[in-house]
Ligand binder design. Structure first.
Ligand SMILES: O=C(O)c1cc(=O)[nH]c(=O)n1[C@@H]1O[C@H](COP(=O)(O)O)[C@@H](O)[C@H]1O
Length: 235
């Protein structure tokens, strides 16, 4: 079954019990789910099996960034466990991304999207200057996204503020995964480059990653349903 919603709920929890309790309240017809560093470090690959058994497409968000051989092998293992999406850091460079794409291509019948993180949505121009990058976030995202596309990635993680620019330049099939999604009036937290769900989809995002606005809401299902309704998703 393909989920009709673009929403990917970030299951950022410290225990497998909390993550599965939330997943059981969610519905694979209403969203996909994301397993990141916090949950994976505690729960390990068992959480992937559990979420797959519940019927979810799973984004394994470990943002691999290492030498080409190490990252390529990690990406291949992720595809073999059947995750729907896996990511690497575009700043790991062309050889790292090409090795990862080649490793995936050698797996018969895999169904995993390989996505490169550009500039984290928690960063702005000042943060980039501190790490030696004298470009605006937009320009650095564009540079890394072009590199990711020409290195064989299926798409990128970026902020929705960059979606229309990337969609125009790199084409509508290049997958844009956008965290930093905040429904109007919700807390920005540590995110800097944010957009509302409706704005993000209008800008050309394919998938919207949402964590705290859903998982820390008093009624997470009501928020998820409301966002799906605003986006015109018919489950
Ligand atoms: O790769 C990601 O998913 C990611 C990339 C990025 O640039 N920014 C970003 O926030 N994320 C992830 O998206 C989620 C956002 O969560 P909230 O800020 O709670 O909605 C977190 O799990 C982050 O790890």
């Amino acid at each position: 079954m393909t989920c009709p919603s673009p929403i990917v709920v970030a299951l950022d929890y410290p225990t497998i019990e909390q993550a599965t309790a939330m997943a059981k309240r969610l519905d694979p017809k209403l969203c996909r789910v994301k397993v990141g560093k916090e949950l994976f470090t505690k729960a390990g690959p068992a959480i992937l099996d559990e979420l797959h058994e519940l019927g979810f497409d799973v984004f394994l968000d470990l943002k691999f960034h290492d030498i080409p051989n190490t990252v390529a092998n990690a990406v291949a293992v992720a595809a073999k466990v059947g995750v729907w999406m896996v990511n690497v850091h575009a700043s790991g460079g062309r050889r790292m991304m090409e090795a990862s794409a080649n490793a995936l291509a050698q797996i018969h019948d895999h169904n995993t999207l390989l996505i490169a993180v550009t500039v984290l949505t928690s960063m702005d121009e000042t943060d980039l200057v501190e790490v030696g990058i004298d470009l605006s976030p937009q320009d650095h995202v564009m540079r890394l996204a072009k590199l990711a596309q020409s290195s064989g990635m299926d798409g990128v993680v970026c902020s929705a503020q960059e979606s229309s620019m990337l969609s125009e330049t790199l084409g509508k099939d290049f997958v844009l995964v956008t965290p930093g999604i905040r429904p109007a009036g919700s807390d920005q937290g540590d995110q800097k480059r944010i957009m509302t769900p409706v704005q993000a989809m209008a800008a050309g995002s394919h998938y919207l990653v949402m964590g705290r606005p859903i998982t820390q809401a008093q009624d997470p299902i009501q928020v998820l349903t409301q966002v799906n309704n605003e986006l015109g998703v018919v489950a």
